[in-house]
Design a protein around this ligand. Structure first.
Ligand SMILES: *Cc1c(COP(=O)(O)O)cnc(C)c1O
Length: 379
């Protein structure tokens, strides 16, 4: 059986988790939480990393600290995991779905320009109002799909000029970069996930990354009940969250972070094996666009443009019969009942990619199974 993505524990996971248990600091305070944040800052170059209970919470808090509130509109792609849109709803806002570009499957900068230019208007206070709904456009959430960097450099420039904050859903893109800059650091803040299926796992968990120290401090404060430091008094400065990552999860995360270089190297070999397996097949593999580095989290096969949904489904069934657990890309979120009323742009590329993109098993230790024969072990 080849599952889509299993965690790889080849470092000091057992040792550090046992150490955490023996310390009795398994919950809301402990040294591993701080250590995990410092490891993330070292890897990403973020001025501040704050670890939280999961990636969805990291996106929700990101939206709150950039000023998103009840009734606002937040622009995001329809072709993403449902958590992106759920987090927008948790923040009290509603999503507006715009199309992706075919190169990275990230939000298309031209679609953002067109939407602001034709569907929205700037009011006297400089706020962008979506004409059809009357809602304020309060933020843009870009997503780095399967670890491939979206055009967030361009998106950040558009958002800067418009005065709209950019938040990055970097849940899938830990260690992915544009040039030398880590994904998640182009907007005001970025959210990472450490769910069990992501490249680094803490069991469940997430983090917020930012280059803004003050914003990072505010996020730490908000995700830890906004308690004013005091020897004994319970004074909370505003309504807030208990979103902190337990120390037990952080212990697992620290071990995973220290093992990351080896993990990334194996992920690249799995990707290479799939590339070779599909050479000349008519299907292509999604690749990091020029000037960017992908973490190779999930290999994504892009089937020819003429592929129908029936053909895609037949392929998925055939692979499952061989116990190769391929998965289709997500159902575009505007098709889900919860988001059926959401404003949207043209979603042509989204519809095409929904029919054509299939994820392939991408577990890092797939390449360890038989001495060097990585391609044959997965193809
Ligand atoms: C995994 C994921 C999330 C949510 O992360 P959780 O830790 O599962 O809450 C958000 N967005 C995308 C694109 C993801 O893949």
């Amino acid at each position: 059986m080849y599952p889509l993505h299993e965690p790889t524990f080849s470092g000091r996971e057992q040792e550090l988790v046992r150490d955490c248990l023996e310390s009795t600091f398994v919950s809301s305070v402990g040294a591993y939480v701080d250590e995990m944040e410092r490891e993330l800052e070292r890897l990403t170059g973020a001025a501040r990393a704050v670890v939280v209970v999961n990636g969805t919470a990291a996106i929700e808090v990101s939206l709150r600290v950039v000023g998103v509130g009840p009734g606002d509109l937040v622009i995001t792609p329809s072709l993403t995991f449902v958590a992106t849109a759920n987090a927008i709803r948790h923040a009290g806002a509603v999503p507006a779905f715009l199309d992706v570009e075919a190169e990275s499957l990230g939000l298309d900068p031209q679609q953002l320009r067109d939407f602001l230019g034709s569907a929205c208007q700037k009011d006297a206070d400089g706020r962008w109002i979506h004409q059809a709904s009357g809602r304020r456009v309060a933020a843009v959430v870009a997503v780095h799909i399967f670890g491939n960097p979206a055009h967030v450099d361009t998106l950040a420039a558009i958002c800067d000029e418009a005065g709209i904050p950019l938040v990055e859903d970097a849940a899938e893109s830990l260690a992915s970069r544009i040039g030398d800059v880590h994904t998640g650091l182009f907007g005001r803040c970025g959210a990472v996930s450490f769910n069990g299926n992501k490249i680094v796992t803490t069991g469940g968990g997430g983090a917020l990354l930012t280059m803004d120290d003050a914003l990072g401090e505010r996020v730490k404060h908000l995700t830890t009940t906004a308690k004013r430091p005091h020897r004994w008094e319970y004074w909370h400065t505003e309504w807030a969250y208990n979103y902190r990552m337990p120390n037990l999860n952080a212990a697992l995360g620290v071990a995973q972070m220290r093992d990351l270089p080896g993990l990334l190297e194996r992920k690249a070999r799995v990707h290479q094996a799939w590339l070779e397996a599909f050479e000349g097949s008519g299907a292509t593999l999604l690749e990091a666009r020029p000037g960017t580095t992908a973490n190779h989290w999930l290999a994504a096969l892009v089937l020819p443009a003429s592929t129908t949904l029936e053909q895609r489904n037949a392929l998925l069934d055939a692979a499952c019969d061989e116990r190769i657990l391929c998965r289709p890309i997500w159902v575009p979120l505007h098709q889900l009942p919860a988001f059926a009323d959401a404003p949207r742009g043209s979603l042509e590329v989204t519809a095409s990619m929904h029919r054509r993109v299939v994820n392939l098993p991408s577990t890092a230790h797939l390449v360890d199974s038989s001495a060097g024969s990585s391609a044959s072990s997965v193809s």
